[in-house]
Write a protein that binds this ligand. Structure first.
Ligand SMILES: [Zn+2]
Length: 116
């Protein structure tokens, strides 16, 4: 389950950010994850529940922003939604494109610290 490793590094980054902001705790964590990032969201939430209580993020609300995957067709300049895979067919002109423009996101979108 590589989601544990992902969450471990996220929590390390969050701890560093909290120190930078002189925050004693974190109120809300917003992660941005693309549908092509290869992350199981349920496993990620599970990892969060297991790991967060031992960190500065204890008690923080976890929100996950899911980014829909999109590819761009160079032939007709259309951006279209895609599912899993490597080569995608443009719904406008039928040409194939491997130019993925969204869906591989994996990271922290936003952190909120309490105003004390
Ligand atoms: Zn096209």
């Amino acid at each position: 389950m590589h989601e544990v490793g992902i969450m471990q590094s996220a929590l390390e980054a969050i701890t560093a950010q909290a120190k930078l902001h002189h925050a004693a705790r974190v109120e809300r964590i917003v992660l941005r994850i693309g549908t092509l990032a290869g992350v199981d969201l349920e496993a990620l939430r599970f990892a969060y529940e297991a790991l967060a209580p031992h960190t500065i993020a204890a008690g923080a609300e976890l929100e996950i922003e899911v980014i829909a995957a999109q590819a761009h067709c160079a032939t007709c300049a259309t951006t279209f939604a895609i599912e899993r895979g490597f080569i995608f067919q443009c719904p406008q002109c039928g040409n194939y494109s491997g130019d993925i423009r969204a869906g591989r996101e994996l990271g922290i979108a936003r952190l909120e610290f309490p105003h004390e």
